[in-house]
Ligand binder design. Structure first.
Ligand SMILES: [Zn+2]
Length: 430
């Protein structure tokens, strides 16, 4: 049985159509050659499976095949991403990493008696806490303990229920549990995170990663929108709070932050690297691989380019419906979306430079990119016609997938190489 202890550095990669696992694993191997072991975790949410009409088993098959083909010697995992009690069952067999999403329960009141028990049991958290590695202390008051319990205890209890359900099916200690609280409007401060971790320890959940909601917007496939300096401070304190919680609450020693980036938060990468190079981090990307498939198709010209144009035209026609499930995490300006007829005349170069996330390029179009990011349903509907084009252009697509993952994500976050964007452009800070 493989050890279910997540190593220090890991990257969550999405592979919507199950065709790029090898290209993604190549990026992790490149990291190894650069001196750092980065563990791949293939994540695909229930929402993605439903949109595409795929089964969680398909992610496992693709991951196993890639690992076998390339002779990867380190651990790797399959993540049941953003599951809850009603959706977890079909992920139980193929997955060994579970992102337990309790965002829905945040703000729902827990049983008053259990709030009271928690507040009593953790009364000793009151006072001034000095976090090692952070230059600040923070004060925890009885009021904050009560307020945090009122807001988050029901969510933690729900996570406990899901975790025990998975344990019953798979056995204790035979999977990696993550708790995600990112898909909500309620930002968690580092002090709240610390209190939440106390509740998680009380609930007996052996979490190895936790995904809080940070301030600012984490839109899909584009850069961060928010105050980078504040994020830098927040992540340092979160890391310190986690270390403190591990020492004081008996949580697993490898517990680390999971950052659900939505991909491409280039302006945050230097801060993430600095804050987590010792403690470790799980960086969850999503959708960036699917966009590289489109870039590869467009770059191939001919039928590939034609298909990429057709996908845009369809996505444009169905934009309201495609965007609806992602409304909270996209920001498309309709005026910036080119007419499909204009895109129909584009060269390979025009298509790829509008889509590729190069913040320094004047041709880069974030609205075009975000619409295509959520437009994978169009390709899913094409079925084998899309998959056959992927196979026909495998080499050029794989090169784009590997380079994107390594150069734009792994190198800045895990190796501390300069991020594709050194400082956010004016338009990205609001
Ligand atoms: Zn997430």
């Amino acid at each position: 049985m493989p050890p279910y202890v997540l190593p220090r550095f890991s990257i969550g990669v999405g592979d919507r159509f199950g065709h790029q696992a090898k290209a993604q694993l190549h990026a992790c191997m490149e990291a190894g050659r650069s001196g750092v072991t980065v563990i791949p975790v293939w994540n695909k949410s229930n929402r993605e499976h439903l949109i595409i009409g795929s089964e969680p088993q398909s992610t496992r098959i693709a991951a196993d095949a890639a690992v076998q083909a390339l002779g990867w010697q380190h651990p790797y995992y399959c993540d049941a991403d953003h599951i809850n009690l009603s959706t977890v069952d079909r992920f139980l067999a193929p997955c060994d990493f579970f992102t337990i999403d309790v965002a829905d329960a945040i703000g729902k009141p827990a049983d008053p008696a259990s709030i009271e028990r928690f507040v009593k049991r953790r009364a000793d958290l009151s006072g001034t806490i000095r976090l090692e590695g952070a230059d600040e202390t923070f004060a925890i008051t009885a009021d904050l303990i009560l307020a945090t319990a009122t807001k988050f205890l029901a969510a933690v209890e729900q996570a406990g229920q899901v975790c025990r359900h998975i344990e019953t099916a798979k056995g204790k200690g035979s999977f990696i549990p993550e708790i995600s609280m990112d898909e909500t409007d309620a930002v968690q401060t580092p002090a709240e995170l610390l209190i939440i971790l106390a509740a998680i320890a009380d609930e007996g959940i052996p979490i190895q990663t936790i995904a809080p909601k940070f301030t600012g917007r984490f839109n899909k496939g584009v850069d961060y929108v928010g105050d980078v300096a504040q994020f830098r401070r927040e992540i340092q304190l979160d890391v310190a709070a986690i270390a403190w919680a591990v020492r004081n609450f008996g949580l697993p020693k490898n517990l680390k932050l999971s950052i659900h980036s939505g991909s491409d938060k280039f302006s945050l990468y230097p801060a993430i690297h600095k804050a987590t190079k010792v403690s470790g981090v799980h960086l969850k990307t999503a959708g960036t691989t699917w966009l590289e498939e489109l870039i590869g198709l467009a770059e191939s010209g001919g039928e590939g380019l034609a298909l990429a144009k057709e996908i845009y035209a369809e996505a444009y026609d169905h934009r309201a419906e495609l965007c609806a499930p992602y409304a909270a995490v996209i920001d498309i300006s309709p005026a910036q979306l080119p007419q499909p007829s204009a895109v129909g005349r584009w060269s390979s170069e025009e298509y790829t430079s509008a889509l590729r996330h190069d913040p320094h390029s004047t041709a880069y179009n974030p609205s075009f990119r975000q619409l295509l990011h959520v437009g994978f349903k169009v390709a899913a509907k094409m079925g084998s016609r899309y998959l056959e084009r992927l196979d026909a252009n495998e080499a050029v697509i794989a090169r784009n997938v590997t380079q994107n993952l390594f150069d734009r994500h792994i190198a800045p976050v895990f190796l501390g190489k300069p991020s594709p964007v050194a400082a956010p452009t004016h338009a990205e800070v609001r």
